[in-house]
Design a protein around this ligand. Structure first.
Ligand code: HH2
Length: 409
């Protein structure tokens, strides 16, 4: 090439992958930028959409003005501009830098806008980093370092995937639990009531009879024992028998005593999204905005927990894959799971062998859904899951370990 040729900048054009500021900063340093510039530029390298619910009209207009003033924008309901709506959902569009500047500017306003700014900053911080730990009695599970495998141990005669052990007795449950631990389970989840679509509730006495002796037998195994129940009396007796985590698919909704029982024991609780009950949930699949409805319900469940004295960071969120949702809904939940990390609470995902996987793979029966489950485990981890609740421990534990090595640097 002759030395008089014009300098070329059309080669090696590449779009970079960066999901957090540290990665952006690393790429800027690789160019040779000076450190002051790196710190100033990095937050400009990431764009975020942030949704706020039910913002009073005046505050919505201020948000839009401030975003525009800082080079971003905000979508608000058209009727707010016309003065006809009192409230609006708002979607902020901006770089992390612009959003941070706006949050700072909001501190100057009254109408609670300062706390709105703080909440936006918090959600943005939670979206990338998982901190803290789940405190299950004597077991502490640090979050963010690895994905925890919750092994499903159903002591039911009618679980949808045919894995129930109801008639097999305590020693069969013990053998299965030991096998699950050897294969890599970190938590065991014991359920005495099937939740498959259309089922009725199991009477209290029967659920106690199925669950409590198994909890007692498995508590010495050295891992947290979770109990999958919506009944406070079952939770209470299981906790006394050694359980250290409660998994309530109703999100502390069915039994008004449940939150107080969990709070008194000082253990974490999983709150799951389910519209209606297992009997009726598949009649409630008409969502206007799936993620907003799931997130709103989970934040209501979190408020019930906090009101009873359960610390917010010990309330695990679960979007309820397969509960009152169509195949398309379940796939959307997985695609957008990371939105649920905005609240800074641990995330659990329960997709194992569920019918959505069977349907996507061409009507495969539950026992042939392991590969499909692994795909959901891996994408769930990439999208922020801290715990996956699964039947096939070894396959999912290996997949999770591999996914962890890739996504949890
Ligand atoms: N799914 C089932 C049961 N409990 N708990 C949480 N937190 N999340 C879930 O997705 C979830 C759950 C259904 O699965 P399974 O226990 O295998 O079946 P069954 O309820 O029929 O026993």
């Amino acid at each position: 090439m002759s030395s008089t040729a014009a300098p070329r900048a059309d080669r090696g054009v590449r779009v970079l992958v960066a999901e957090d500021v540290d990665t952006v900063a690393r790429e800027l340093r690789r160019v040779g930028s000076e450190e002051t510039g790196v710190r100033l530029m990095a937050p400009r390298g990431l764009q975020r959409l942030v949704r706020l619910e039910a913002v009073p009209a005046r505050a919505a207009i201020i948000l839009k003005q401030e975003m525009l003033a800082h080079g971003g924008d905000a979508a608000i309901h058209a009727e707010v501009i016309d003065g006809e709506a009192t409230h609006s959902a708002v979607v902020l569009l901006g770089s992390l830098h612009q959003l941070d500047e706006v949050c700072g500017a909001l501190q100057r306003y009254s109408h609670g806008l300062g706390t709105t700014g703080d909440a936006i900053r918090q959600a943005l911080a939670h979206f990338v980093a998982r901190r803290g730990a789940l405190r299950c009695g004597p077991y502490t599970l640090p979050l963010g370092e690895k994905t925890y495998i919750m092994g499903i141990l159903n002591v039911t005669p009618d679980s949808f995937s045919g894995d129930g052990l109801a008639a097999a007795g305590i020693s069969a449950a013990q053998r299965q639990a030991e096998r699950m631990l050897a294969e890599g389970a970190d938590i065991l989840d014991i359920g005495g009531e099937s939740t498959r679509p259309g089922t009725d509730a199991v009477p209290l006495d029967e659920e106690l009879r199925r669950v409590v002796p198994v909890v007692k037998a498995l508590a010495p195994l050295g891992v947290p024992i979770s109990v999958d129940t919506t009944k406070s009396a079952v939770a209470s007796e299981a906790l006394a028998a050694g359980a250290t985590l409660i998994n309530d698919i109703s999100g502390l909704f069915f039994d008004p005593e449940m939150a107080a029982v969990v709070a008194a024991a000082g253990v974490p609780v999983v709150v799951m999204h389910m519209p209606g009950t297992p009997r009726t949930m598949q009649q409630h699949t008409g969502y206007d905005d799936l993620l907003t409805e799931v997130c709103t319900a989970l934040q209501e469940a979190t408020a019930r927990a906090e009101a009873a004295g359960i610390p917010r960071d010990q309330v695990v969120l679960d979007p309820g894959f397969g509960f009152g949702k169509t195949v398309a809904h379940n796939l959307e939940l997985l695609r957008r799971l990371r939105e649920l990390t905005s609240y800074g609470q641990p995330l659990l995902l329960g997709t194992s062998r569920k019918s959505t996987i069977g349907k996507v793979l061409g009507d495969l029966p539950p026992q042939e859904r392991v590969e499909g489950t692994i795909a959901t485990t891996v994408l769930g981890i990439a999208n922020g899951a801290d715990i996956v609740r699964v039947h096939d421990i070894q396959a999912n534990a290996r997949a999770a370990k591999m996914a962890d090595a890739i996504v949890r640097e």
